[in-house]
Design a protein around this ligand. Structure first.
Ligand SMILES: [Zn+2]
Length: 227
């Protein structure tokens, strides 16, 4: 990774901070995200910064244990432990985005899971979005809690907390956060209007066939309603 590439990542991180903050998905100082610069180094957001106001020079570089390479830089978020768990479990993942999108959190508080085959786009891409049981923010326990879920899924809801999305690039991971919050918004809006009507079984089967043909992970497929 040369200097110019690192600068590109820094600018992408700043842009993603603005997108997250302006959409209300990382209010106050919440949220954090990271990208692998190479096998040894991770570029990530510092703790205690508003993501909407980040500048390229504010971002910090840590090692695979989360320790800043330069002791003069601010510390990373305590939630970086989650990202480290993701990178340890998923060699294909190069970026993680953790946010606090309100509808996603509201669904978890209401006990609504985003695992049914209701939305065409989600069936074809993420499959399902499971909810990770609650573990306190910033603890190694949360990192451990996500491990069994992140192995087969690219987007998770963290119970009573937020979202975690992963991808081969930062912008893709951001777009997955967008998909999670949109799914949560649509499903909660539909529920507020009445009941959820399932997509007909033949249409679900058709979408699953397309998903499988595209190489979608079978373990991430949505949960079919009991017959
Ligand atoms: Zn959080």
């Amino acid at each position: 990774m040369n200097f110019d590439q690192e600068q590109q990542y820094r600018h992408e991180m700043v842009q993603i901070g603005r997108w997250l903050y302006e959409r209300g998905w990382t209010p106050s100082y919440s949220g954090n995200y990271s990208v692998l610069l190479d096998e040894q180094r991770i570029l990530t957001t510092p703790t205690g910064y508003c993501k909407g106001l980040l500048q390229p020079a504010d971002l910090i570089i840590v090692d695979r244990q989360g320790v800043p390479l330069d002791p003069q830089t601010p510390l990373p978020s305590s939630e970086l432990l989650m990202h480290l768990a993701v990178y340890a479990e998923r060699p294909d993942v190069h970026a993680c985005v953790h946010a606090h999108p309100p509808c996603t959190i509201a669904c978890s508080i209401a006990g609504i899971e985003l695992t049914q085959p209701l939305l065409e786009d989600i069936i074809l891409t993420l499959g399902k979005i499971p909810t990770v049981p609650y573990a306190r923010t910033g603890t190694a326990a949360l990192g451990e809690a996500i491990k069994p879920f992140i192995r087969d899924h690219d987007a998770l809801v963290l119970d009573h907390h937020g979202s975690l999305t992963v991808a081969s690039s930062l912008t893709k991971a951001f777009h997955r956060t967008e998909q999670v919050e949109q799914a949560a918004t649509i499903i909660s809006t539909a529920l507020s209007m009445g009941r959820l009507q399932p997509l007909a079984a033949e249409h679900v089967a058709d979408l699953l066939a397309v998903r499988r043909a595209r190489g979608g992970n079978p373990k991430a497929e949505p949960l079919l309603p009991e017959a």
